[in-house]
Ligand binder design. Structure first.
Ligand SMILES: O=C(O)C(=O)C[C@]1(C(=O)O)C=C[C@@H](O)C=C1
Length: 91
């Protein structure tokens, strides 16, 4: 990163931002498929134990990569809530 110009650094951020959106889209798509399976089996959309596992993993990964775990957990909370809204809308 050292020695890169401001434009180059911003181009790097732009490319990362695109990857982030792609990953969010993939996560949402998989969760929609999970919702289909739940619907077939007549299971509720919300699975609190699974949400706890996801949140715990998010905290562990944040520590592993040296980023603020509250920020990472807040991001995952939002991603889970988005999925729950989508899953309910598709019922
Ligand atoms: O794993 C599931 O059962 C999902 O529906 C996915 C997901 C998530 O976004 O991680 C969303 C809602 C559930 O309450 C738990 C987890």
């Amino acid at each position: 990163m050292d020695g890169m110009s401001l434009d180059e650094l911003r181009a790097e951020i732009e490319s990362i931002d695109q990857e982030l959106v792609e990953l969010i889209a993939r996560r949402t798509y998989v969760a929609e498929t999970v919702a289909d399976v739940k619907r077939e089996r007549d299971l509720p959309t919300t699975d609190e134990r699974q949400e706890e596992r996801v949140m715990e993993r998010a905290g562990e990964n944040a520590q592993r990569f040296g980023v603020d775990d509250n920020l990472v957990k807040a991001t995952f909370r939002l991603l889970i809530e988005l999925n729950k809204v989508e899953q309910r809308d598709n019922r």
